[in-house]
Design a protein around this ligand. Structure first.
Ligand SMILES: [Zn+2]
Length: 213
């Protein structure tokens, strides 16, 4: 029983490690240079509205844009990441931009496996880039400067899935090891060769007594 509990604890730690590693890769990855074309999906407009800070919304009201729509959408996705870039230009502003050179871009990267549990994003206007710093929303101002957001439901889902997957894997490996040791005439607890003893001289486990695990 103790062995089963220990392997599930290890499985949970492994799932946390994998999840953190993907978040770190996401932070270091940043915007990629190799984007393929994608069509904007139905949830993208909601993301734009959520990502845009109030200053940008005010800019929209100034120039009479009530509803932003992307002029172009770029994206790239893999098994563990999803990246989207939108450009909002004069066309989506209905010709209302004061400066025809004024272009607004939004970039979003979501990483995690099997669900996208972390998100980074920024918007830029002309040459000014503004990171959308997600940590303050969860942990207060002390964590400023970390441009990554947690998607709680997806994070919990990933940890649960990975813990179960690693737990099953470790349990199966443990069973195989016990079976192999029993067949080899070794102690099933520590692997010490027994040579017919009824109690393991190495760890003290009883050999012929009632099996606990
Ligand atoms: Zn032993």
């Amino acid at each position: 029983m103790i062995h089963v509990r220990a392997s599930w604890m290890v499985a949970f730690l492994l799932s946390v490690l994998v999840t953190c590693a993907l978040a770190a890769v996401g932070v270091m990855n940043g915007p990629s240079g190799s984007l393929g074309f994608l069509t904007a999906g139905p949830d993208d407009e909601a993301w734009i509205v959520e990502t845009m800070p109030e200053t940008f919304a005010r800019r929209g009201r100034e120039i009479g844009v009530a509803r932003w729509t992307p002029d172009g959408a770029l994206g790239d996705s893999s098994a563990w990441s999803d990246e989207r870039t939108f450009t909002l230009g004069p066309m989506s502003a209905g010709g209302g931009f004061l400066d025809p050179e004024e272009v607004v871009s939004c970039w979003r990267l979501r990483v995690g496996w099997p669900l996208r549990s972390f998100e980074m994003s920024y918007w830029s206007r002309g040459t000014v880039r503004v990171e959308v710093d997600r940590f303050p929303a969860f942990f207060g101002a002390g964590f400023g400067g970390v441009p990554i957001g947690i998607r709680p439901a997806q994070l919990l889902g990933n940890l649960a899935f990975l813990t179960v997957a690693f737990g099953i894997g470790l349990t199966v490996l443990g069973e195989w090891r016990q079976r192999w040791r029993r067949r080899a005439g070794a102690c099933i607890e520590c692997g010490h060769l027994l040579a017919g003893a009824t109690r393991c001289p190495e760890c003290g486990a009883m050999i012929e007594g009632p099996r606990e695990s």
